[in-house]
Design a protein around this ligand. Structure first.
Ligand code: FAD
Length: 426
């Protein structure tokens, strides 16, 4: 059996996957795994510990959620939304585990206002590699807390967390679309837009159709007591022939742009599912890429000097012939996460999906070098190819992170990524 994360690259043949039963039992090195919704090798290793059965607590007192790490975001939303609360930071899929969200320090379309999930985590209960439990927060075992939020599962096993929630009054949202002339115009409008949720989209193959999608919660109060997220209408049961191809995505992107253009003239009302999880409408959509899978390359630059840097990166990609089939832009604000290794820093973040064609991996490795040279960084949770030198240049506080990890993990908890980037002892 082959096991991979969401993008299918890399995959491991017949790994051992142990279900978490409350203890660290294996003598072997292992990595901690949530629901495998990262892209790359951050939760892969020949021996893995699946946390999806860690589900002892799910409760809400005032605005504080206490939740075991194996619950998924969809389960949590189905529990808290009917009570008038929402998780303040929501990534682009509901199928992530709470442990995975914290270990990635995920961001959403509201990063400028709400920061990452780490800004809302009050405390975490960890099970360390030696079997002891540790409670950590900003005030207690604070360095371990800082290396756990966004720490890609290397300080220990997250058993549960306390997360502060936000109130919502409605599961209805209004969306409006603004068209821009260029990628830099889109980045500038994203930067200054005051919408709570905002995201950019553009058609890379034509370098056209730059849209900013702004979403706000509806102003009227609504009865949410029976709210539950919808189940996906379509399921892709097996890996198909590679359905996602350049020409097909050209047609898809053209249609998407036409739809966006139509929305520039009027505000539309959409529900919570559509606001946060448009991709979840098709279960297992990643299988449409076929067995070859894909890579998502997410990188960011600060606003200062952005235009020159973006132009250079876009030109390198254009001339490589490896054209992304999907391109999304987000704004990261300056709300600081407690996580030492967290990705989201103030600036503009771009996520590009590349079909895994011949030589694309070699090209992306070169691209990492350019991002590092220009002072940018890539999101570890979506990576499988970054080399140690580029990584060290992108994440300047890596030595501090490694020291903290070493104080609680002598190398027993690891991952393919941790090995590649030399993050834990061998
Ligand atoms: C369609 C899609 C859209 C996405 N959109 C966004 C987005 O908008 N913003 C964003 O930030 N991310 C986004 N992501 C990435 C996703 O949020 C993260 O990869 C998240 O970590 C996945 O959670 P998981 O439970 O599947 O974790 P896994 O992929 O299984 O693991 C991810 C990391 O968490 C660690 N981990 C998991 N559980 C635990 C635990 N209990 N204790 C300690 N460590 C643990 C693993 O070791 C690994 O380092 C998206 C992913 C997909 C597939």
């Amino acid at each position: 059996m082959k096991v991979s994360n969401w993008n299918g690259n890399p995959s491991l043949k017949n790994p051992t996957i142990n279900q978490f039963n409350g203890k660290v039992e294996t003598e072997e090195k292992f990595c901690v795994r949530g629901n495998g919704r990262s892209y790359g090798d951050v939760s892969l290793y020949p021996t893995m510990l699946s946390m999806l059965h860690c589900r002892r607590e799910l409760s809400l007192h005032d605005d504080i959620l206490t939740v075991s790490s194996g619950y998924t975001l969809s389960e949590v939303l189905n529990f808290v939304v009917p009570k008038g609360y929402i998780v303040p930071v929501i990534p682009g899929t509901q199928n992530v585990s709470i442990g995975g969200m914290i270990a990635a320090d995920v961001h959403g379309k509201n990063h400028q206002e709400n920061g990452t999930i780490g800004c809302w985590v009050e405390s975490v209960n960890l099970l360390l590699a030696d079997g002891t439990e540790m409670h950590c927060s900003k005030d207690e075992n604070s360095t371990i807390f800082a290396a756990t939020v966004g720490g890609i599962g290397l300080t220990g096993i997250i058993l549960s967390a306390k997360i502060r929630l936000e109130r919502i009054r409605s599961t209805q949202f209004t969306q409006r679309v603004i068209q821009e002339e260029s990628l830099m115009d889109l980045a500038n409008t994203l930067d200054t837009s005051s919408a709570k949720y905002k995201v950019g989209w553009f058609d890379f193959s034509r370098m056209s159709s730059f849209f900013l999608i702004e979403t706000e919660e509806a102003s009227e109060e609504q009865d949410m007591t029976s709210f539950q997220l919808r189940k996906p209408k379509i399921n892709i049961p097996l890996k198909t022939l590679p359905f996602v191809t350049g020409p097909l995505m050209n047609i898809y992107n053209k249609r998407f742009a036409k739809n966006m253009r139509r929305q520039t003239t009027e505000r539309v009302n959409i529900g919570l599912d559509e606001t946060f999880f448009p991709l979840d409408r098709i279960r297992n959509w990643n299988r449409l890429y076929g067995t070859r899978g894909f890579y998502q390359f997410q990188f960011s630059f600060p606003m200062q000097g952005l235009e020159t840097k973006l132009n250079e990166i876009m030109e390198i990609i254009q001339s490589s012939g490896h054209i992304p089939v999907l391109s999304v832009v987000k704004k990261h604000g300056d709300r600081k996460s407690p996580g030492i290794l967290s990705y989201a820093h103030p600036g503009i973040s771009i996520a590009l999906d590349f079909i895994n064609r011949k030589d694309v991996a070699v090209f992306l490795q070169e691209l990492y070098g350019h991002i590092a040279r220009l002072g940018g960084r890539v999101y570890l949770i979506k990576d499988a190819l970054l080399g140690e030198t580029d990584f060290n240049q992108m994440y300047s506080n890596v030595n501090e992170f490694k020291e903290i990890v070493a104080s609680v993990n002598t190398g027993k908890i690891t991952s393919l990524m941790a090995k590649r980037l030399n993050l834990v002892a061998e």
